[in-house]
Design a protein around this ligand. Structure first.
Ligand SMILES: NC(=O)c1ccc[n+]([C@@H]2O[C@H](COP(=O)([O-])OP(=O)(O)OC[C@H]3O[C@@H](n4cnc5c(N)ncnc54)[C@H](O)[C@@H]3O)[C@@H](O)[C@H]2O)c1
Length: 443
């Protein structure tokens, strides 16, 4: 995670600082810009605008309120009901904390209305919780309007989108903060484990076993909805909108692998299919996500090639729900589960070794990790230390895209081949028929 101090860039001039400075000059005071004069005052709260008011928009919005002093100042979604229910929810949470309700003037609906949200003078920080297909465009709109961003994972659904996010990261580096929602990197237990791995406590990693087994996901379509609305509401089952389950959901696991190995894979092989979930209303057959993946990734390390296995499924109520990572090294092994714990293990003590067989690396609490991440983002913005996670987020997204490409084609795919593929998903949807956008009516 790269942090860059930035105190002089024009785009880091906050609206509030600018207004205050102008007023002071008008009153005949001499303003001497200091290193912090162009940043946010430590006690000024940021205005948060949310693009995509579904489950995660509400959760992340609530966690920003719980862990930072942001005010939720604008909401946008393609569907009016989502905007209104989110306004009710987040206004209630805001008011309970003595902060204002979401202003009625800043509620926007329609697929192009994100352009209005990012232009709002009340918005300093944009949370992007729309379906992944839209992430590169929503990120670009926000940062080019000078806004900081918390972009949920994955950063895109195809190679072209990931390259766009990498370029955005380079262009706006140091000008705004850009976070990607890969929260395991802020978890106490996971951080403790990966730090120990990086310190050589299991020696060189030579093999890995990773997995993500979970339940089927809830259907969001209702009788009477148009095909288009059913598809958008059910986006998690749509390959083009979500990237498939590997890219949309399993990404958290492969992020830990990249983090632990400090690189991305050089190639992948795999297979995939639909064993139990054969259809979902609203999703055309060729766009329907698969329900399992089985992959082998190869990483190049200084010690040679390292193979990492990955298995996943989204099977309804099949009795086993767990995700995690195991790394085997030349001296020991690590073992981490999403539900905790994260440990470093030794079969037996080597001569002169003074550690226990099993070391607990700290509490795994991925809910707390989200709050820690949000606090780090907001503190960084206020102190003028802008994070840039675009490269990391894009590389992790490309890692899962590599596995998807190999599994779809049923053949080995190298990183280089994927990067040259120009892969670009086509939604084949006319979103204009949902309405281009506008203000939300409170009546
Ligand atoms: N970091 C995590 O652990 C985590 C967990 C859950 C979800 N997520 C991510 O959050 C994002 C949202 O997921 P969710 O579970 O909230 O889905 P959701 O379906 O509950 O919410 C998505 C919202 O986006 C809206 N939407 C659809 N098209 C849009 C568009 N073009 N512009 C703006 N809004 C649009 C939908 O109407 C919906 O309200 C996804 O990227 C998902 O992968 C991250």
């Amino acid at each position: 995670m790269k942090e860059k101090a930035n105190s002089t860039s024009d785009s880091s001039v906050s609206r509030r600082t600018f207004v205050k400075s102008s007023a002071a000059v008008g009153a005949g005071l001499l303003i001497v810009p200091s290193a912090t004069a162009f940043g946010y005052a430590a006690n000024s709260s940021l205005g948060l605008g949310i693009i995509g008011c579904g489950g995660r928009g509400n959760y992340d919005g609530g966690e920003f309120l719980n862990n930072t002093d942001v005010r939720v100042t604008a909401l946008m979604d393609v569907f009016e009901d989502r905007v209104l229910s989110t306004r009710a929810n987040l206004s209630k949470q805001s008011e309970a904390k003595g902060r204002p309700a979401v202003p009625e003037a800043n509620l926007f609906k329609g697929h192009k209305a994100y352009e209005k949200l990012v232009q709002s003078k009340d918005v300093d920080l944009v949370l992007v919780t729309s379906p992944p297909y839209f992430h590169p465009d929503h990120l670009e709109a926000a940062v080019s309007a000078g806004k900081h961003v918390y972009l949920e994972k994955p950063v895109a659904t195809d190679v072209t989108g990931c390259l766009k996010v990498k370029n955005i990261g380079k262009k706006y580096d140091g000008k705004v903060s850009m976070h990607v929602g890969l929260q395991k990197r802020y978890d106490v237990g996971y951080r403790g484990m990966v730090e120990r791995i990086h310190n050589g406590e299991i020696g060189d990693i030579v093999l890995g076993q990773t997995f993500y087994y979970t339940n089927d996901l809830g259907r969001q379509n209702k009788p009477g909805m148009s095909d288009l609305e059913a598809r958008i509401r059910n986006w998690v089952f749509d390959k083009a909108l979500s990237g498939d389950i590997l890219v949309e959901q399993n990404i958290h696991i492969l992020d830990v692998v990249n983090w632990a190995l400090k690189s991305h894979p050089i190639k992948a092989t795999g297979t995939t299919g639909r064993a139990l979930r054969k259809e979902v209303t609203g999703i055309p057959g060729d766009y329907l996500c698969n329900d399992h993946f089985i992959l082998t990734y190869t990483y190049q390390t200084s010690g040679g090639e390292v193979h990492i296995s990955f298995n996943s499924n989204q099977f309804k109520n099949r009795g086993y729900r767990q995700s995690g990572e195991r790394f085997f090294g030349t001296k020991g092994a690590s073992d981490s589960l999403q539900s905790g714990p994260a440990t470093i293990n030794y079969n037996q003590l080597e001569e002169g070794q003074k550690v226990a067989d099993k070391i607990d690396c700290g509490k795994v609490d991925l809910h707390a990790a989200v709050g820690t991440k949000m606090k780090a983002l907001v503190d960084g913005i206020k102190s003028g230390k802008f994070d840039n996670q675009c490269e990391m987020g894009a590389d992790t997204t490309l890692t899962v895209i590599l596995g998807r490409m190999a599994a779809y084609k049923g053949t080995e795919i190298s990183w280089d081949k994927m990067m040259k593929s120009n892969e670009k998903w086509d939604l084949k949807l006319n979103l204009d028929s949902l309405g281009a956008g506008g203000a939300v009516s409170m009546k």
